[in-house]
Design a protein around this ligand. Sequence first.
Ligand SMILES: Nc1ncnc2c1ncn2[C@@H]1O[C@H](COP(=O)(O)OP(=O)(O)OP(=O)(O)O)[C@@H](O)[C@H]1O
Ligand SMILES: [Mg+2]
Length: 238
Amino acid sequence: MAPRIRVIANQKGGVGKTTVTVQLASTVADTIGARDGQVPVLGVSTDPQASMLEWAGRVGAALPFDFEQCVDPAALARLRRLDQYAHVFVDTPGSLDNEGLLSEVLRQADEVIVPIEPEAMAFGPAARTIRQVIAPTGVPYRVLINNWDPRDGDHDLRETQEYLAAEGFPSFNTVIRHYKLHARAAAEGVTVVQYARNRVALEARQDFFRVALEVLGNDGQPARHRGVNGVYTAAGGR
Ligand SMILES: Nc1ncnc2c1ncn2[C@@H]1O[C@H](COP(=O)(O)OP(=O)(O)OP(=O)(O)O)[C@@H](O)[C@H]1O
Ligand SMILES: [Mg+2]
């Protein structure tokens, strides 16, 4: 069976694409566990800047999922054939000049996760990515609010949630909060799975568990079907 492919995309830089990809892939891998000794989760970085590659390298053997750095559109076109995996999470570059690569990845995707920070300046770039790049492909997407600091109060968070609702952009119920632990994770070479078992770390980790539940919750939906040319058929609902 083809894996479920989730692409994490937003052409605005620094919104948490790599963070969400690594932490979500780790959480899902840790939660569903290895099958027959094989990890059923693959994380793919398609970002030439390779920040996920550096992070994965620092985590080393403790990385709970398999990892590939791949910027070759031809190789990315074969993602759906990797049936040894149940779930694939794909990190994408935060830049407007990689649309070719992004389009290829989106052709493979079952869902797009669009991280956004809860601030008005983030709205325009996210809306552009959704309207110009994601929506035209017909691939379902959900916006994920990331990096909300509760100490700032909930004004900006509410404004962001109201904006998403007003635009009709589907979004996750879970909001990923800002934690220093997440900010340091890449440099320290850890994922949520390696966080210490103290209260703050468990809280930080919980956000990704909740998103993972929401993500996997959609797996009960009928699988999408593709025609030979890679275009979704009517059975896929589009
Ligand atoms: N929930 C969070 N809590 C704390 N820090 C966070 C959180 N999410 C992201 N960050 C930090 O914000 C910065 C940008 O995050 P990240 O690198 O994941 O974004 P990106 O969208 O992948 O960026 P780029 O577009 O450059 O690839 C990083 O330093 C990361 O550690
Ligand atoms: Mg990144």
